[in-house]
Design a binder for this molecule. Structure first.
Ligand code: SAM
Ligand code: SF4
Ligand code: SF4
Length: 348
C-alpha cells in the first residue's frame, strides 16, 4: 500500500468541491420509523448486512483519510442507528486523530445516549444531532415504530448535555397529518435551552415510505406556525452551503432551523459525499447506485488507486436531484420506477 502523498482538490461538473463526508456505520436500527425502516418490511426475518459485508473501522478510517486528502473537513457518523454498532466510540477516537478533520459529528436517535454520550465526548466527537420528531407520547410511538414514548430520547439529550455536548441540534421530520400539530410544542420545549431544533421537510428518500407531496409540510408553513406563537426573524447562514435556513426568536430565546430540501432545494452548494455501510461511495442522497470502494480495497488497491476512483466519480458528478424534482410542476419523484438507495444504508 502506498501512502497518500498528494492533496488533490477536485470539482464536480457543477463546480462543487467535496467538503463533507457522511459515513453510515450500520444498516441496523433500534427504531422502526415508518418513513425510513417500516416495521412491516424490517421485521425479524429481514436480512441485514453480515459482519464481513460491512466496512471495518480500519477500512472506514483509511477511506476517511483519503477523503481528507481531497479537502474533506467535516465528517458525520450516521446510519442506521450509529450507536447500535459496537464500540463506535473507538471509531470516533481514530477519526478524531486524522489531521485536517475540523468537525466530527454524529446523528443519532438518542435512545442509547444515556449509555454512550460520555464515551463519545471522551473519544473526541465534536457535535451531536439528536433526532426527535415529537414530544407527544402517541405520535412518538407512531413515528418511531416502537411502543414507548420520547422519555429515553429526552434522557439521552440530558446525558449529552452532561457530557458537554452543547448546543445540540435536534432534527424533527414533519409529516402532514402525523406530527404537524406538535411542531409548536417541540419548538417551545427547546426554546431558551440553547439547543436548536431543525424541522425537516419529509423527503422522498428511498422507495419504501410511499412519499407523496401531500405529506410534506413546507418550511414556510412550519415557520409561520411557530412565528404565530413565538415571533421569529430570519438570520444569515453561518456558512455557504448550510443546509438549514435559520430563524431566531425575536425575544432572544434562541433559534430554530428549517431544512427545505423539497420546497427550496439547495443542490448548488452540495459538497457532501456519502459512504454506505458496505463501502460504496454515493454522491447524492437520492442516488440509485454507488461506486464500490470496498472490493478494490480488499483486493489490495493502494491509497493512490482508491484516490483515483474517488476522483473519477467526483469529477463526473452531476447530481441535483432536489432541484430537478422541484422544477417539475407536480414535484413528483424524479426517478420513479428506479430504486433509490434507502436512507438507512447511506446515512441521512
Ligand atoms: N438513526 C439516526 C437518526 O435517526 O438520527 C441516524 C440516521 S437517520 C437516517 C438520519 C436522519 O434522517 C434522521 O434525522 C431522520 O429523521 C432523517 N430522515 C429519515 N428519513 C427521512 C425522510 N424520509 N425525510 C426526511 N428526513 C428523514
Ligand atoms: Fe432508525 Fe434513524 Fe431510520 Fe428512524 S430515521 S428508522 S431512527 S435510522
Ligand atoms: Fe445534494 Fe442530492 Fe440533496 Fe441536491 S438532492 S442537495 S445534490 S444530496
Amino acid at each position: 500500500m502506498t501512502s497518500l502523498s498528494i492533496n488533490r482538490k477536485v470539482q464536480d461538473t457543477l463546480g462543487r468541491n467535496v467538503r463533507d463526508l457522511r459515513i453510515s456505520v450500520t444498516d441496523r436500527c433500534n427504531f422502526r420509523c415508518p418513513y425510513c425502516m417500516p416495521a412491516e418490511i424490517f421485521g425479524e426475518r429481514y436480512e441485514f448486512l453480515k459482519r464481513e459485508e460491512i466496512l471495518s473501522f480500519e477500512e472506514i478510517v483509511r477511506l476517511a483519510r483519503i477523503f481528507v486528502g481531497f479537502g474533506v473537513q467535516k465528517i458525520r457518523i450516521t446510519g442506521g442507528e450509529p450507536l447500535v454498532r459496537s464500540d463506535v466510540a473507538n471509531l470516533i477516537d481514530d477519526l478524531a486523530s486524522i489531521d485536517g478533520v475540523t468537525d466530527l459529528a454524529m446523528t443519532t436517535n438518542g435512545f442509547l445516549l444515556p449509555r454512550y454520550a460520555q464515551d463519545l465526548k471522551d473519544a473526541g466527537l465534536d457535535r451531536l444531532t439528536v433526532s426527535l420528531d415529537t414530544l407527544d407520547e402517541e405520535v412518538f410511538k407512531l413515528m418511531s415504530g416502537r411502543p414507548y414514548g420520547p422519555e429515553k430520547v429526552l434522557e439521552g439529550i440530558e446525558a449529552a448535555h452532561d457530557a458537554g455536548f452543547s448546543p445540540l441540534k435536534i432534527n424533527a421530520v414533519v409529516q402532514r397529518g402525523v406530527n404537524e400539530q406538535t411542531i409548536v410544542e417541540t419548538a417551545e420545549h427547546f426554546r431558551g435551552t440553547g439547543d436548536i431544533v431543525r424541522f425537516i421537510e419529509f423527503m422522498d428518500v428511498g422507495s419504501l415510505n410511499d412519499w407523496d407531496l401531500s405529506q410534506v409540510v413546507s418550511g414556510k408553513e412550519i415557520i409561520d406556525l411557530i412565528d404565530s406563537k413565538f415571533p421569529l426573524e430570519p438570520v444569515d447562514a453561518n456558512y455557504r452551503g448550510e443546509v438549514a435556513s435559520r430563524y431566531r426568536y425575536v425575544d432572544g430565546c434562541g433559534e430554530v432551523g428549517i431544512i427545505t430540501s423539497v420546497t427550496q432545494p439547495f443542490c448548488g452548494d452540495c459538497t457532501r459525499a456519502r459512504l454506505t455501510t458496505e463501502g460504496r461511495l454515493v454522491t447524492c442522497l437520492f442516488a440509485t447506485h454507488g461506486t464500490d470502494l470496498k472490493s478494490p480495497m480488499r483486493s489490495g488497491a493502494s491509497d493512490d488507486e482508491l484516490s483515483e476512483i474517488i476522483e473519477r466519480v467526483w469529477m463526473a458528478r452531476r447530481d441535483r436531484y432536489s432541484e430537478l424534482r422541484s422544477a417539475k410542476t407536480d414535484m413528483t419523484s424524479v426517478q420513479s420506477g428506479r430504486e433509490k438507495i434507502e436512507m438507512f444504508r447511506l446515512g441521512g
